[in-house]
Ligand binder design. Sequence first.
Ligand code: CA
Length: 462
Amino acid sequence: MFLLLLLSICGLLLRGDAQDRASLWRGNDRSGRCQYTFTVPSPAETSCPLAGNPEVEGLKARLSLLEVMVSQLNGGDPQPRGSQQGAGAGARAQPDLQEMLNRVTRERNLLQGEKERLEKEVKGLQMRTEEMRRETERLRSRQCPPQTPVVPHSPSHQDRDPIRPAGDSAWQYGAPGFQELKAEVTEVPAPNGNEDKTGCGELISVGEPITHRKADNIAGKYGVWMQDPEAVLPYGPDMIWRIDTIGTDVRQLFGYDDMEQLSKGFPSKVLLLPDPLESTGATLYRGSLYYQRRLSRSLIRYDLAAEHIAARRELPHAGFHGQFPYSWGGYTDIDLSVDEKGLWAVYSTSKAQGAIVISQLDPHSLEVKRSWETNIRKASVANSFIICGKLYTVASYAAPNTVINYVFDTETSQGEAVSIPFKNKYGYNSMIDYNLAQRKLFSWDNFHIVSYDLRLGRQQAN
Ligand code: CA
């Protein structure tokens, strides 16, 4: 009988709400003897709202939340314990969570690719540092050439040495290898009445950077944006095109009706390129996109209206995939652009040992019409652009206040150092090109789509 009574009490304790609140306490009394206390709330207390241990309650809540998350990931019932939410809320949250997971995975993959690229860049820089150290040692061991009095340089073309460009020490002693740009600087002509904003003149100055749009995600850290100076229907002359170039499978070409739509981020056209693209050196001309195919020296002409590849040709001996990039890296081996004189490619070859080679291309067939080999080391400059057949190089991609430090004229095959101020507003300029349609510089600076107004001098009579 006693056993039956005891079992009934135990059953009540285990089944009832009171089980959560029954407690056993053990301690010593003053005489050192063990004392056990077993507490069970009275029926009146049991009916009161539970005021449990806040830490335990917090743990319960976190456990409940974790259960919901695990359940959602497993596709099970996402409803938390004791939750008042309807069963449909979790089901609605599931696609959102999946989308978030996909996005995080995509960004992780992009970052992984970027990490690999940066590691390669670090290795390249270490090699270049070693190469420069050896070059320095070699130069130190050589005897200094006899000093000659410095003659003030005249900017007049008639006064220039026909053999080598005046004021350019890089050309003075033949060209066994490269020479860094440390020449005497030719003063840029001050703006005067000869300024000509529509003609094909020398670059006088570059304006402040004007920001048009910031990229939405990591894929837009580097990129290229373009406008066709001779647009072909169905696309109008105001159409702006953009490619985000991070990733291993760059194929999307976004088209915006005009600058305003670009600023708002509303593309009206998205084209998927048949072959993936490499480098930020793409350009637009006469209704075609010109770009370097990934992992190759192949140039591609993609017809925007027909949406197919219209021409494909290798650029002879051109480095690609990080062989001869600009100083910022990023597979900028082949840089295509368009100016008043047509389509150009700026790159380097093993034969040129990393020096910039300029080639004028046939816009229809992509054949090289003529090439110039300069003494400008491609890896020593941040980027370059061509205006009226003159190549200009930018010294730094990161310095807020840098300079355009060199100009090479394909008309005369001569180069000279200059110093035209240029600003990198966002500290990582991955693309700089002359845009003939607006007669401005277009650039892509650390997620930002930027343009610069230009002041060009009147073309001098030859
Ligand atoms: Ca460029």
